[in-house]
Design a protein around this ligand. Sequence first.
Ligand SMILES: CC(C)(COP(=O)(O)OP(=O)(O)OC[C@H]1O[C@@H](n2cnc3c(N)ncnc32)[C@H](O)[C@@H]1OP(=O)(O)O)[C@@H](O)C(=O)NCCC(=O)NCCS
Length: 242
Amino acid sequence: MTSPVIRPLTEVEEFEECVALQGSVWGFADRDLVPRRMFSVAHKIGGQVLGAWSGATLAGFTLAIPGLRDGRVYWHSHMLAVAGEFRNLGLGRRLKLYQRDEALARGIELIEWTFDPLEIMNGYFNLGLLGAVARRYLPNFYGLTSSALQAGLPTDRLSAEWWLRSPTVEAVATGAGAPAPVAKATVMVPAEIHAWKNAGDARALSTQSAIRRELTDAFAGGMAAIGYRRDDHGGYFLLGNL
Ligand SMILES: CC(C)(COP(=O)(O)OP(=O)(O)OC[C@H]1O[C@@H](n2cnc3c(N)ncnc32)[C@H](O)[C@@H]1OP(=O)(O)O)[C@@H](O)C(=O)NCCC(=O)NCCS
């Protein structure tokens, strides 16, 4: 398989491909899909849409919209998706680094996105591989959703902050990788969480509630999630001071 080629997307037909890939990756019902018109808006108002192409096949995409907080413009990266057959080949990382390059070229130094703290792969990818940090816990952020990945649980999310000029993210961009942070405490996500979610097991909800409490308390006490580690038992948010 040749390595997919990444480039900005600008055409309606390309946005339609993104919507189709979105449907297969997240399993959303039509009412929860981000429509192609939103991709057009993002592209036209100072956000960005990137696509990764393997020939005529869309292997992955990102969608970012501009945000404003405390007088600072940043990008909210609403979606990152890689098609199943192209995963674990480094494409997700390449898309994020391409997004970073374009943000910096436009004078933007912060990209944020939300992710499900129960998803070990995402925690590892965002905090462990990309060097993002998190210090805001957002309970039931989207309300209940039709996504199969959510399995009917509240849509709790962590807000990932990707400070593009931080030493950690600079190290990621050069290929050196994020240095291991010094953790003062950890919050564990058990590896069984997916099986519990899929089976409708009550332990999925109780685990989510416990993690919500632990992270919220840690953030209220001034700590942040500054890294992530995983082993056969699960994933671990590494907590420390920023
Ligand atoms: C998250 C996603 C974009 C990653 O894309 P990708 O192209 O597979 O990413 P990469 O190949 O760059 O990196 C994946 C890393 O996660 C690791 N990984 C793979 N499966 C994993 C798992 N089940 N648990 C933990 N880590 C896992 C890989 O080993 C790799 O790390 P490594 O290079 O240290 O080995 C892709 O899985 C996806 O589209 N997921 C569904 C949509 C989604 O969750 N998007 C939101 C992301 S916040």
